[in-house]
Design a protein around this ligand. Structure first.
Ligand code: ADP
Ligand code: MG
Length: 682
């Protein structure tokens, strides 16, 4: 029954506080969570065989003891194979896993496991490639297909199965949130059937029907939440429409360069949004170095010239300071009063800025998101720009929305998100894409080097310094501690400063005070420091056009998104730039990533490769985008179903925009349960 679902696990027979705490470690707190924590795979006992009687080509299960685990070796560009020899009293079987080194710790000799999969005939001995497996557990219920759940120490598979069985006894169709006509239209099974068959399917067909329905449900709730947000936002006010006064064109003329076509289009879109009378919600997507700053500056200029204030939020203090300096220069002589507010702004100065912001004696406030807290009030905020949006959750944006009147909102990101997905992730946001880089930029030459070639890399760096250029060397950590196989920023700085002499080396990392950081950045920008050794804090947004070499140490420790961002720090002038990866591992994934970096320069392509390499790759990590974790659905893998649910959601909200009708009340309830109080205007 529906009401029982919220009850704690201790209500279940056989689960006391101790077991309940173990379930808690898996994120399972309530009866409902048991029902919605789905098996990671199934143990198929429909064809149980002894090893002596298995035939090549058949799919079966064997129960056998692990005799030996033979570790695989990484070979550059090749698969690494882990071999496991198992036996029962009728014979031996070889089990092979590819690129699954982690299993070498899990699978222990002496343990008895069930292995289920297809028997291969590729080697002379019978073998199974990548079978499913579970610790053998013989007190079973006579079922033929058993769920295999993730476990934690102290919790057994049979305890999880029993808990699921018990909770399924409480599930019934009062839990149904999809009404019958919708289920008919999209051929979805009912919830009771779905839950029973996702946990204890009788056959593969029923399991797939159950799975489809549950994925559909989750994605529908997600799609509806976006429609609901949009519909709530429609009711919002905006500041009055700005006049068609060409202020932005005057600003653009004052720049020392000509805007690219993509930049021009983005500026036009922003300005026409702000002249429309509707509230702007726009995302600017442009790869690193495409010149997003100048675009937002044109918008800010126009708003400010019309008597409003502007705000620009950056994800780090270094970046906020850089923006402040850039804007001071760009807006020189325009009469625009700009202030920088960060956590390290002195108390007295902070107070003064806050007062000026409130009274309207200040036009453009630049800072880190943390400073746009409760204390800051604007006299008449007209436009808010957030830079490198992927660093912010939806929440910060919401906090800003509640500041005084309804300012226009502009979000800038270098995260390459395919358009369809961006529309979904950013809901009501309109999108401008800047495709090209400013004219005259050369491809950054990227190459991976072995650890043994490090000296050559450093010598090359020095040769660039001699030509008057600057360089970054990025390391995965500040100091090494126990992690002996990594070169830290501290070590590099200590060991290489002499080598680079007479050129000056500087060290930058997250544990320095804000003052120290900005002093080092200042010196690097001025050219007093030639080599900047740093942790990833230079990752986002830093713009020092004279720097033309990026060395990434221990590149195996960086993801593609990060490396692409880092590489974006160079190639910011017409000078030829270089990105040098020092790869200290043979691990397949690290080698592949390095190859992707060598071959591709376009962020969108890299994002796709990332996706291929690791499912919903880090580019799309939903957490980054402020979307709650999903239980069974994956917006990338299931994007086809997502297409269906978007269509279904549109039909529902066309009839009932705010989900107020009785037949949608369960859906609405679920949305609020998962997404909390939705704030209009995303
Ligand atoms: P990002 O999109 O990564 O934020 P920036 O706005 O920091 O890029 O711009 C990168 C560099 O390119 C800056 O030095 C900027 O002055 C310069 N720039 C921007 N637009 C143009 C252009 N149209 N032509 C030449 N240089 C440009
Ligand atoms: Mg930028």
């Amino acid at each position: 029954m529906k009401n029982d679902l919220k009850k704690p696990l201790t209500e279940i027979k056989g689960i006391g506080p101790r077991k309940s705490a173990l379930f808690g470690r898996l994120g399972i707190e309530r009866i409902e969570d048991i029902l919605y924590s789905f098996p990671r795979e199934y143990e198929d006992r429909r064809n149980v065989k002894s090893i002596g009687s298995i035939a090549v080509g058949e799919t079966c299960m064997v129960t056998a003891e692990i005799k030996k685990v033979i570790k695989g070796r990484y070979v550059r560009g090749r698969k690494r194979t882990t071999r496991v020899i198992v036996s029962d009293n009728t014979g031996e079987l070889e089990i092979l896993f590819f690129n699954a080194g982690y299993l070498e710790k899990t699978l222990k000799p002496g343990q008895v496991y069930s292995f289920f999969g297809k028997v291969s005939g590729e080697s002379e001995k019978p073998a199974m490639f990548h079978p499913g497996f579970a610790i053998y557990d013989d007190n079973d219920s006579g079922r033929k297909i058993l769920p295999v759940y993730p476990l934690t120490k102290g919790l057994t598979q049979s305890e999880r199965r029993k808990a699921a069985e018990y909770c399924l006894g409480l599930a019934d169709d009062s839990m149904e949130i999809l009404d019958e006509s919708l289920r008919d239209d999209y051929k979805l099974c009912g919830i009771e059937y779905a839950l029973n068959n996702i946990h204890f399917p009788e056959d593969g067909y029923k399991m797939r029907a159950a799975k489809y329905r549950l994925i559909f449900e989750e994605l529908l709730v997600f799609s509806l939440s976006i429609n609901l947000m949009k519909n709530l936002a429609c009711c919002e006010k905006a500041i009055p429409p700005l006049p068609d006064d060409s202020e932005e064109k005057r600003f653009i003329k004052s720049l020392p360069f000509r805007l690219t076509e993509g930049q021009n289009n983005a500026v036009n879109e922003i300005c026409s949004d702000m002249m429309s009378g509707k509230r702007m919600n726009r995302l600017i997507q442009g790869d690193v170095g495409s010149g997003k700053t100048a675009v937002c500056a044109a918008g800010l200029y126009k708003v400010i010239k019309n008597g409003y204030q502007g705000a620009l939020m950056a994800p780090t203090e270094i970046l906020a300071k850089q923006h402040y300096e850039t804007f001071e220069k760009m807006f020189e002589g325009s009469g625009i009063r700009t202030e920088l507010l960060t956590a390290s702004t002195g108390a007295k100065k902070q107070k003064e800025i806050i007062e000026k912001t409130k009274s309207g004696e200040m036009d453009l406030l630049i800072g880190t998101h943390s400073v746009f807290g409760k204390k800051v009030e604007f006299a008449n905020l007209g436009l808010v720009v957030t830079d490198e949006q992927h660093r912010f959750g939806v929440l910060q944006r919401e906090a800003l929305n509640s500041k005084g009147n309804s300012p226009h909102i502009l979000v800038m990101t270098a995260t390459p998100i395919p358009r369809t997905l961006a529309l979904i992730l950013y809901g009501g946001l309109n999108i401008s894409v800047i495709r090209e880089k400013p004219a005259g930029r050369k491809e950054i030459i990227t190459k991976a080097w072995r650890e043994s070639e490090r000296k050559r890399v450093y010598e090359f760096v020095k040769s660039r310094l001699e030509k008057g250029r600057q360089a970054y060397i990025v390391a995965p950590m500040i100091d090494t501690g126990e992690k002996m196989n990594v070169r830290s920023a501290g070590e590099i700085f200590d060991e290489e400063s002499d080598f680079f002499s007479p050129f000056r080396t500087g060290l930058l990392h997250g544990r320095m005070t804000a003052d120290e950081k900005s002093r080092i950045m200042e010196e690097f920008r001025n050219g007093d420091i030639h080599v900047l050794v740093s942790t990833v804090i230079v990752e986002v947004g830093i713009n020092v056009p004279n720097a033309s070499v990026m060395v990434i140490e221990n590149s195996e420790r960086f993801g593609l998104a990060q490396m692409h961002q880092l590489r974006g720090r160079v190639g910011r002038s017409s000078e030829q730039s270089y990105c040098m990866l020092i790869l200290c591992s043979d691990e397949e994934i690290a080698v592949k990533r390095a190859e992707v970096m060598e071959q591709f320069g376009d962020g969108m392509v890299i994002a796709e490769k990332d996706l291929e390499l690791r499912g919903s790759g880090e580019f799309f990590g939903t957490r980054q985008h402020g979307i709650p974790d999903m239980r069974i659905a994956d917006i990338i893998r299931h994007r086809k179903i997502l297409g269906e649910t978007i269509r279904a959601a549109d039909t529902i909200t066309a009839r009932d925009p705010l989900l107020e009708n009785a037949e949608n009340s369960m859906l609405r309830e679920r949305i609020y349960e998962i997404y909390g109080e939705l704030n209009p205007g995303l």
